[in-house]
Design a protein around this ligand. Structure first.
Ligand SMILES: Cc1cc2nc3c(=O)[nH]c(=O)nc-3n(C[C@H](O)[C@H](O)[C@H](O)COP(=O)(O)O)c2cc1C
Length: 312
């Protein structure tokens, strides 16, 4: 399958695995890339050398393209930005800010730069700065979120920029992918679906929580302080909501979630940890290998391709 996104990334399918903190480590990224998508290592708050080791590990597992997500708010962002260059990584996605400090060096080295955006204004700014594409991420997503839904954000971003748009938020099968393409995307990024994959090094309890999730099982913490995060409802989110209602400070609320994603991912603490996942968790009914996730999606996508003709 060919789109501007497959051409840009050098991949077989326009399917990107989101650079998820604690989840997007070398095994997951390598599995997605080996299956023909684009695997991403999630830089999150990890030091540069940790990311360097993960990059080398991916290379030992696959010779296909992969990328790194640089979280710009991380205290190690500059380090990770340099490591990406030193290791010759070909694709970088960025989150939590504007990559103006790094984009010139990355572009000079031929790195494809793809910022994640949650609004038309952000998309336009990234295009002006020289981004090669944007990931337009709707509020349905797991993790840190914006306000606009994927349904409304996508066509508006697609109309506003001429670089390719990759859709994220609420996509877990071929129907979601086709819908995104109809709205102007030329690629999709999936987070939640890949957490529930065989290769994700994530506690089984976390994966099963996603598999058992219903459509309305996600909650958003941190809205009152302008740092909304979507995760699955549990004792932590209930306590968070109670404290938010009481008007507790950002610092007090932060204390509740300190290290809580790592605890959920690595220790399987799905009661008091942060089980980041999107609204589409309700659609995820099984844990399966990344190659099967991609194959099933592409089969569904292709089966839908001629369907518009039915409405004539
Ligand atoms: C557990 C988890 C952690 C995430 N961490 C990050 C992150 O560190 N950086 C980032 O850019 N996006 C992060 N995301 C967002 C994903 O990269 C992706 O854009 C999003 O999950 C897509 O929406 P979906 O979950 O509906 O598929 C995270 C998502 C999840 C589920």
């Amino acid at each position: 399958m060919k789109t501007r996104v497959t051409e840009l990334l050098g991949v077989e399918y326009p399917i990107v695995q989101g650079g998820m903190a604690w989840v997007a480590e070398q095994h997951l990224a390598a599995a997605v890339s080996a299956a023909g998508g684009l695997g991403l290592i999630g830089g999150a708050s990890a030091p540069g050398e940790v990311v360097r080791n993960m990059i080398r590990d991916v290379r030992s597992m696959t010779d296909r393209p992969f990328g790194v997500n640089v979280m710009l708010m991380s205290p190690h962002a500059a380090d990770v930005a340099r490591v990406v260059l030193e290791e010759g990584v070909k694709v970088v996605t960025t989150g939590a800010g504007v990559p103006d400090k790094y984009i010139r060096d990355w572009k000079a080295a031929g790195v494809r730069v793809i910022p994640v955006v949650a609004s038309v204004a952000q998309a336009r700014l990234m295009e002006r700065l020289g981004a090669d594409a944007v990931v337009a991420e709707g509020t349905e997503s797991g993790g840190h979120i914006g306000e606009a839904t994927t349904m409304t954000l996508l066509p508006q971003v697609a109309d506003a920029v001429s670089i390719p748009v990759i859709a994220a938020g609420g996509i877990a099968d071929g129907r979601g992918m086709m819908a995104a393409f109809m709205l102007g995307a030329e690629g999709v990024q999936l987070g939640t679906r890949f957490v529930a994959s065989t290769e994700a090094v994530v506690a089984d309890a976390y994966k099963q929580r996603i598999v058992k999730a219903k459509d309305i099982d996600s909650a958003v913490t941190g809205r009152s302080h302008g740092h909304p995060v979507r995760c699955l409802r549990n004792d932590m989110t209930r306590e968070y909501a109670r404290l938010e209602e009481e008007g507790k400070s950002f610092e007090e609320l932060e204390y509740l979630t300190l290290g809580s994603l790592r605890r959920a991912v690595q220790e399987g603490d799905i009661k008091n940890g942060t089980v980041m996942a999107g609204q589409i968790a309700g659609l995820v009914k099984d844990v399966k290998p990344c190659a099967k996730i991609i194959r099933d999606m592409m089969n569904e996508f292709r089966a839908l391709a001629g369907k518009a003709a039915d409405y004539e």
